[in-house]
Write a protein that binds this ligand. Structure first.
Ligand code: MG
Length: 462
């Protein structure tokens, strides 16, 4: 593994290649050494869940940590459990979120239920690199199995909303669990709210046979079809560990994460004025709506732990990312898909159908590009872009964002791959597209002025 083990969402790898039982055992010892106290553990639905959980647990017990085994759960459910129970010093979630079935990962949760900070991860990484002493036989940790953490989480979610308004609305929804951890909680949540639910991909056998577990429009064709064909009020889709949630409107249209973020910000600000937090990569749609509703928007670097920490610092009323990761402070400071479902249902009760609400939103066009860039050239590309930015305002919250009168361009190096991403947005489609092309060409010319070593183009658009 690389010097830095933790990526943006824990340590991840392909099972028995870079994510092995040996690595998991040593990670368990490192986590137990750093957390010092009882640690909760849970998994998503992957085939390798038990293999990694057993190795991590064994490592933790060998250094004297007692394990609270919560079984199979969404990531926000274990986060809620850790936050709620003061005797628990942290959590470990065994998941690779939206990655394919051959992957698995280890994600650490701090004692307040938030995703572990970079400092905590560095402590675990430093411990991992050392020979860690085991405790003597009488101090070895034990395992306590706990059932019902999923229901405890659901009940907390329900306590945070106008449950009767949802119960009386006679909703019908189509739910796509992506054969992931949502199987444990979302159907029960909807049942408790008297929502008639048609569930697809509700099989927790760990092979994701229905579709890849990233909730993109392309992967959700069945849900899009089913939502319209069954006359459902809403389509709901999760990623593999059910911290994220995206929606389909009753007329069978995929709703991008930017739009649901903007609509929920509008709804939440209509009941409580305050600050909304989102990364610099989010659409200006969110900023426009927040300002319209008399709220204040603060931008952060990309990454849900960064958004969550900024929300805590500023006492924000809402926050989230454009990928369907939404954070509701009344529940907890992490992405919470069950809260996203109930808030969206509540928003439909109060503000009308999702398709009508979306038709009233201003339209923005976004084009994204992906350029091959060696890691050692990334900082030079950023310096170059800053040097040539004579027009527009430069923002360096994450990568470099150049804000023009009629849109913006964001250039960000990937933290994990030899890739540079370019995002371009404008209310005018041709402006957004032309700027994406222009900046792609600038970066490619800078990296390889003669075009001799040019890698094949890997562009993506949305
Ligand atoms: Mg996830």
């Amino acid at each position: 593994m690389a010097d830095r083990m933790f990526g943006t969402n824990g340590v991840r790898g392909v099972i028995n290649e870079d994510m092995t039982s040996t690595l998991a055992l040593q990670m368990g010892k490192a986590i137990g050494t750093v957390f010092k106290g009882n640690v909760a553990i849970a998994t998503d639905t992957r085939v390798s869940a038990d293999m990694i959980k057993t190795a991590v647990s064994s490592g933790m017990m060998s250094v004297g940590t007692c394990i609270i085994d919560l079984g199979m759960l969404p990531t926000p459910a274990i986060q809620y459990y850790v936050k709620k129970h003061a005797s628990i010093m942290g959590g470990v979630m065994i998941t690779a979120s939206h990655n394919p079935s051959q992957f698995n990962g280890i994600k650490c949760i701090a004692s307040d239920g938030t995703e572990a900070s970079r400092e905590q991860e560095m402590e675990v990484e430093a411990a991992y690199a050392k020979e860690l002493p085991c405790v003597s036989w009488e101090k070895v940790g034990k395992v306590q199995k706990v059932n019902g953490a999923g229901e405890e989480y659901i009940d907390a979610v329900i306590s945070n909303i106008d449950a009767d308004a949802i119960r009386n609305a006679n909703f019908k929804v189509c739910l796509d669990c992506a054969n992931g951890a949502a199987v444990q909680t979302s159907p029960l949540l909807l049942k408790k709210l008297n929502v008639r639910t048609i569930t697809i991909n509700g099989n927790a056998q760990g092979e994701f046979p229905g579709h890849p577990s990233e909730p993109t429009e392309e992967n959700l064709k069945d849900l899009i079809f089913m939502t319209k064909a069954t006359g459902s009020d809403l389509g709901i889709a999760h990623d593999g560990d059910a911290d994220r949630c995206v929606f389909v409107s009753s007329d069978g249209k995929f709703v991008s994460g930017d739009k649901s973020l903007a609509l929920l910000a509008k709804y939440i600000l209509s009941t409580k004025k305050g600050i909304v937090i989102t990364p610099v990569s989010s659409s200006s749609l969110v900023e426009e709506i927040v300002k319209q509703e008399g709220g204040e928007l603060i931008y952060t670097a990309v990454g849900s732990p960064i958004v969550a920490r900024k929300m805590i610092e500023n006492g924000a009323v809402f926050g989230g990312e454009e990928n369907g990761g939404l954070i509701f402070p009344e529940q907890q400071y992490c992405r919470d898909a069950a809260m996203s479902i109930v808030k969206m249902l509540e928003c439909i009760v109060k503000n009308g159908s999702l398709s009508t609400q979306i038709s009233k939103l201003p339209v923005y066009y976004t084009y994204n590009k992906k350029i091959y860039c060696p890691d050692n050239a990334k900082s030079h590309v950023l310096d170059f872009l800053e040097r040539i930015s004579t027009e527009g305002t430069v923002d360096k919250t994450d990568g470099i964002k150049i804000i023009f009168k009629d849109g913006w361009v964001l250039a960000r190096p990937s933290g994990t791959e030899p890739i540079f991403r370019i995002y371009s947005e404008s209310k005018e489609e041709d402006v957004a597209k032309a700027r994406a092309d222009e900046y792609e060409a600038k970066v490619m010319d800078f990296l390889d002025p003669d075009g001799i070593h040019r890698q094949p183009k890997t562009s993506e658009e949305r």
